[in-house]
Design a binder for this molecule. Structure first.
Ligand code: NAP
Length: 292
């Protein structure tokens, strides 16, 4: 293996230290404690563990967190009323609705109900639009974390060619937008299932961000020597040797990519830890904005 590992856990820890210091300063100087409300509807096990991890991270950063659990049987109007109450609550600076919602809920309607100034996930159309035109907003957490990871790898993105695989609203498209911003200044190619030969593009790339949700979407023969690889994918593959009967892998074939790349994120331990970190970042930012 030639590639350096881009240690997302380490970067997340560094940033969480900075965030905790910012929280302490805000409490001390302004008497304001950043507060995050996390709404969980139903009992999807993966969602329960994400919500638990977010609360733990909040507590470690010295933030206030409020968990609101609602049964999957509640009416959508009850959920919308709860969001409206949180929108008006001065102790809450960030509101997150854990996705996916159980069947029968209109996710778009629910996300749209979050006040943009408390939308710390950066998913509401107002925040997405502001990001696109370069106005102050909350950047979506995973894409923002990806940019931080590329910077952490030592790569200066200015003038570089970045290829993004995947065009979802939560990862691929926003990553492409952030990479192409003037302050980042990369040249961006966005690939998807309509791209006939993804390798023809990735072989020209200085950095490849793969967010396809499919193992082995990116292999070493698709890379230019020395490229930086950011693997966003989280896939469960059956593995009888593991206690849970599966192991996690990314969208890149780690072994072959690591032979060609200069730096690569592992799965787990790459992009994942950054997502919650950028959520804390946005919540602190939101609390600071109320003091301006
Ligand atoms: P998604 O909504 O399923 O989108 C996948 C995208 O990849 C689609 O645009 C699809 O193209 C494209 N695609 C799929 N296979 C492809 C292929 N072989 N070649 C080219 N393009 C291909 O997934 P997502 O929500 O963006 O998530 C992607 C992965 O990242 C998932 O594994 C998810 O679990 C993971 N993820 C991780 C984090 C984290 O914090 N670590 C956060 C979010 C997501 P079409 O549009 O043409 O269908």
């Amino acid at each position: 293996m030639n590639a350096k590992i881009i240690d997302g856990k380490q970067l997340a820890m560094n940033l969480r230290g900075e965030i905790a210091a910012g929280v302490a300063a805000l409490k001390n100087d302004k008497g304001v404690t950043p507060g995050l409300a996390v709404i969980l509807v139903g009992e999807n096990p993966a969602s329960v563990s994400y919500v638990t991890a977010k609360e733990k991270a909040c507590a470690e950063a010295g933030m206030y967190s409020r968990e609101i659990r609602m049964p999957a049987t509640i009416a959508e109007s009850e959920l919308l009323d709860k969001i409206a109450a949180l929108n008006a609550d001065p102790a809450i600076h960030g509101i997150l609705v854990q996705l996916p919602l159980p069947k029968g809920f209109d996710e778009k309607k629910v996300i749209d109900a979050i006040a943009p100034e408390k939308d710390v996930d950066g998913f509401t159309p107002i925040n997405v639009g502001k990001m696109l035109i370069g106005e102050e907003c909350f950047l979506p957490c995973t894409p923002h974390g990806i940019i931080k990871l590329i910077e952490f790898s030592g790569m200066d993105l200015k003038g570089k060619h970045a290829v993004v695989i995947g065009r979802s609203n939560i990862v691929g498209k926003p990553v492409a937008v952030l990479l192409a911003r003037k302050e980042t200044n990369a040249t961006v190619t966005l690939c998807h299932t309509g791209t006939p030969d993804v390798g023809a593009f990735t072989r020209q790339a200085d950095v490849v961000v793969v967010a396809a949700g499919r193992p082995n979407t990116l292999t070493g023969d698709m890379l230019k020597e020395g490229a930086v690889v950011i693997d966003v994918g989280v896939n469960r593959v059956p593995d009888d040797t593991k206690p849970k009967g599966y192991r996690l892998c990314g969208d890149a074939d780690f072994e072959s990519c690591a032979k060609v790349a200069s730096a690569i994120t592992p799965v787990p331990g790459g992009v994942g830890p950054m997502t919650i970190t950028m959520l804390l970042w946005n919540t602190l930012e939101s609390a600071k904005r109320t003091c301006k």
